[in-house]
Design a protein around this ligand. Structure first.
Ligand code: FAD
Length: 93
């Protein structure tokens, strides 16, 4: 793999530094591959997109020992409300 600045020593080029790309690069590194992540955005999105973590996501993070790093027991949600519109459906935990 080459670029205008010289040779890039990598096995895998991951395009996009969102959660998927970063986790993929993390897993590839754990598996022994050299991964490079490229991102087209110049700055992180200032909008929050991590207000909640889905159970499956929490399980994967826990498997890698990362859950405790990002978990704050004081912010665990024990009850929430979902609305689908249409039809007007309300689901409670
Ligand atoms: C307002 C909002 C709130 C949300 N809240 C939550 C939440 O609370 N909990 C939750 O679990 N999920 C939430 N989500 C969903 C969550 O953000 C997405 O599921 C997640 O970001 C998907 O990750 P991704 O890496 O697949 O894609 P993205 O996050 O979209 O990342 C893709 C990245 O690739 C980059 N890219 C694209 N094309 C190229 C290219 N050609 N070259 C280089 N880089 C490129 C993009 O700039 C981007 O940074 C929310 C989403 C939104 C919009």
């Amino acid at each position: 793999m080459t670029d205008p600045y010289g040779e890039i020593d990598a096995d895998v080029l991951v395009v996009g530094a969102g959660p998927t790309g970063l986790m993929l690069a993390f897993e590839l590194t754990l598996a022994g591959a050299k991964a490079i992540v490229v991102e087209k955005a110049e700055h992180p999105n200032p909008q929050s997109r991590a207000g909640s973590i889905q159970p499956r996501t929490a399980g994967v993070l826990d498997m890698r020992g990362l859950l405790d790093e990002i978990s704050d027991p004081s912010s665990v949600v024990t009850r929430y409300l979902l609305r689908a519109d249409p039809p007007r459906t309300t689901l409670h935990t």
